[in-house]
Write a protein of this length. Structure first.
Length: 111
């Protein structure tokens, strides 16, 4: 398959050119670029766009939510921080966790 411009890819995928640029900005589907900076969409990118649309329809997730999920996979410290926060936000365990974190930070500041 030959590569497509952003307009052609929009027609093929059902996304608007503006949304394709937004999806790229979020890092969800990143097309190749020509030397002059034009976007080139191949079969892989078209398949990603189609499956992204299906994922949104099936589970009702927003693009920014998917972008954050992708960021969690690429950023282990962020993932650990979110997992720690989620573990501490459980009912009943939340107050003890916050108190433990507060004491930890006090010890770090005192050192």
């Amino acid at each position: 398959m030959e590569t497509l411009t952003v307009g052609q890819a929009a027609t093929q995928s059902g996304w608007s050119p503006r949304m394709l640029r937004y999806v790229e900005q979020l890092g969800l589907v990143v097309p190749q670029r020509t030397g002059a900076g034009y976007r080139l969409y191949g079969l892989r990118e078209l398949n990603q766009l189609r499956s992204l649309a299906e994922l949104r329809r099936r589970f009702g997730v927003a693009l920014d939510e998917l972008a954050f999920a992708a960021r969690l996979r690429r950023d282990p410290p962020l993932r650990a921080a979110v997992e720690t926060w989620l573990a501490g936000s459980d009912a009943g365990a939340g107050a003890a966790w916050v108190e433990w974190e507060q004491r930890k930070h006090e010890r770090l500041l005192a050192a």
